[in-house]
Design a protein around this ligand. Sequence first.
Ligand code: AMP
Length: 439
Amino acid sequence: MTTLKAVRGTRDLLPPETALWNRIEATACAVFTRYNFGEIRTPVFEDTALFARGVGEETDIVSKEMYTWEDRARAQSEKPQSLTLRPENTAGVVRAYIEHKLGETGQLQKSYYIGPQFRRERPQKGRYRQFSQIGAEVIGPPSAGSESPLRDAEVLEMLATLLDELGITGWTLEINSVGSSADRARYNEVLREALIPIAPKMCVDCQRRAVTNPLRVLDCKVPEDQPIIDTLPKIVDSLDYASKTHFAAVLAALDAAGVPYTRNHRLVRGLDYYTRTTFEFTHGGLGAQNSLLGGGRYDGLSEAIGGPKAPGIGFAMGEDRLVLTLQALNQGSAQPRVDAFVAPLGDAKDEAALMRINAAALALARELRRAGLSIELGDGSFRLKKSFETADKVARRIVILGEDELQSGILTVKDFSSGTQTKVPRAELATHLSQPAAK
Ligand code: AMP
């Protein structure tokens, strides 16, 4: 029989690495809570139309990467429906905002999410078909201040704080403004004109893009094309007064807060819904897939999926990439040691004695765990040597529980880091084990 494996592009996360995932999630929740964000959990699958309209039919995600299936009707009363595993979470959050009429509260909705996303991409390091994103969105009616550049700056400042608290050093914030859709259309024409004389010197993809969608020339990665692209007109010069002022206000607030950034005139992210501010945080330690997170403002998204006017800004960070970055910075987690290993010592040939000592060991472990200690439990059939070897791999100390100890109530404790062995009365054991190891 062929052995079954996790599907290509998916993987199992095992301890001790999962401890790092937990730490990242706990830090993110703590930071988001300080900025008054609340958690939202939306379904893992949605109506396909949500992504077609919300992310855009022309994007790579929708045109090539979605896991979509025709969901059969189970009863006469049901209709078959096209469903899709979510490739991103912003569309789901905005759908929930509309569905629950959250705009009617008149307040800004500040929500964050953590969860799996699915894209049929070519797997490589840092790029998976199931990956986890941690994201947040600020949405609301314009009267709640949702269009204010202060919202953009606050989200970016929060991200800088989160990365700092996670211990991710050496990140770069790249920022740009793509203006309104009218600004972008104007810029596309400026680019089209500028590309006429130079496109023949560029790669074949760029030659095609120069005609079909000039904006996408800015995504070109071909080294020979880079100096040519650097000479092209910049989108900032096509922005109208309102977009320019908005962007200047975002940058001024970042300057005041001391958040460093780099202007990247080429950051015109792939999704149709972006307006004005777009940004990415990158990290050199990641190699080819160097984007830690991306986001931007999406003032027209709610209307695009049938909702009221609800400008917003948000981001999604790749949790898998945060883990890779922390591991590259040597901040991955080593196997944590438990406080103690309780080693029952019995006579393997005497079944009744073995049962008694194992049972007593479980009772002792329960007592210690309830006192807040982390405990691993051995087995009375182990020889003393095997107990010590097992314990030394997983615990800071070993507690020996044999017939003598059971009778006397005095336990033998050995501390692995100092090598000292002590006799401790049972009543004092929990306190003794919670002390830092002696040097
Ligand atoms: P996007 O939703 O494409 O703007 O991506 C936001 C972030 O999600 C990126 O910066 C990555 O960190 C992460 N990400 C996107 N696609 C993948 C993937 N296939 N595997 C792992 N992380 C991803």
